[in-house]
Design a protein around this ligand. Structure first.
Ligand code: G1P
Length: 293
């Protein structure tokens, strides 16, 4: 079984839900506490043993490339001032030369199209896809998926239950047999309405896929929203290759949504030694009853 060494990060989306902030700043650069959203996904990938990060960008996303570059002037300035803590923070975000590649998605033709844009870099290897909008807080979700992949091979996607009224926002699984935290995937449909959704088991933005999916994506067939959907291409692999959904450990925040982004900020802030106590005291002072009361 070929190891998963490469990860695709589709980061070409315009982020219109976060206007006006995203007028000048890519949405992946919006902070959760003090790190850009994208940093969380990259750390998750590194923890999973990914060697090469492939960012599928678009016009207006140059800040992403700056972020992963060495900020030589800043390093020199911090060194001169003896700011060692800040230097260490910068270093923790630094990727070795050659570990990052960028390709441009030249038209907003959907997630499947974004993934396909990276095909010449992934070649004939299995690869991961991480959608940075989905922040999974906890042990590396992708690492859990790589461990599962090393047991069962084929394709592995992260899944979680959602409320039935939310099926129209997700890829939805037709589930087969479940063994521990792995469920066989018998079918996949992109954003079905609640009354026709085959289940409430949703795909979240983490995938390990076999290279054959690129050949299917190359056909350029349009699906939901008239976009080239990754879900539709994956559906065609079912029955030909092993396909499993992993119920991962961790909490997923939908940071593509304003409320989800705020919740992620609160949850992660509460867990931090530096800002946690102040945020906790503030929330307590609001006198909000705990959920469920
Ligand atoms: C994408 C996928 C969808 C998946 C979701 C997870 O949708 O198309 O299948 O369930 O990510 O976040 P998007 O959120 O980009 O509309």
């Amino acid at each position: 079984m070929k190891p998963v060494r490469k990860a695709i990060f589709p980061v070409g989306g315009r982020g219109t839900r976060f206007l006006p902030a995203t007028k000048a700043v890519p949405k992946e650069m919006l902070p959760v506490v003090d790190r850009p959203l994208l940093q969380y996904a990259v750390e998750e990938a590194i923890a999973a043993g990914i060697e090469q990060m492939i960012f599928v960008t678009a016009r207006g996303k140059a800040a992403l490339e700056e972020y992963f570059d060495v900020a030589a002037e800043l390093v020199a300035e911090l060194k001169a001032k003896g700011k060692t803590a800040e230097l260490a923070v910068l270093e923790s975000t630094q990727l070795e030369p050659g570990r990052v590649a960028y390709v441009r998605q030249q038209e907003p033709a959907g997630l499947g199209h974004a993934v396909w844009c990276a095909r010449l870099i992934t070649g004939d290897e299995p690869f991961a896809v991480l959608l940075p909008d989905d922040l999974v807080y906890g042990p590396s979700c992708l690492k859990q998926m790589v461990d599962a992949y090393n047991r069962v091979g084929g394709n592995v996607i992260a899944v979680e239950q959602v409320a039935r009224e939310r099926t129209g926002s997700y890829g939805i699984v037709t589930p087969g047999a479940t063994d521990g935290n792995l469920t066989e995937v018998l079918g996949l449909v992109e954003k079905p309405k609640p009354d026709v959704a085959p289940s409430t088991l949703a795909v979240i933005g983490r995938y390990i896929l076999q290279p054959e999916v690129m050949t299917i994506l190359a056909e350029g067939k349009r699906g939901a929203g008239n976009e080239i959907q990754l879900t539709d291409a994956m559906a065609q692999l079912i029955g030909k290759q092993p396909f499993h959904g992993l119920a991962f450990e961790g909490t997923r925040f939908d940071c593509g949504d304003k409320a989800g982004h705020i919740m992620a900020n609160i949850a992660l802030a509460l867990d931090r030694d530096d800002v946690g106590p102040a945020v906790r005291a503030y929330i307590a002072g609001l006198g909000i009853a705990p959920a469920g009361n």
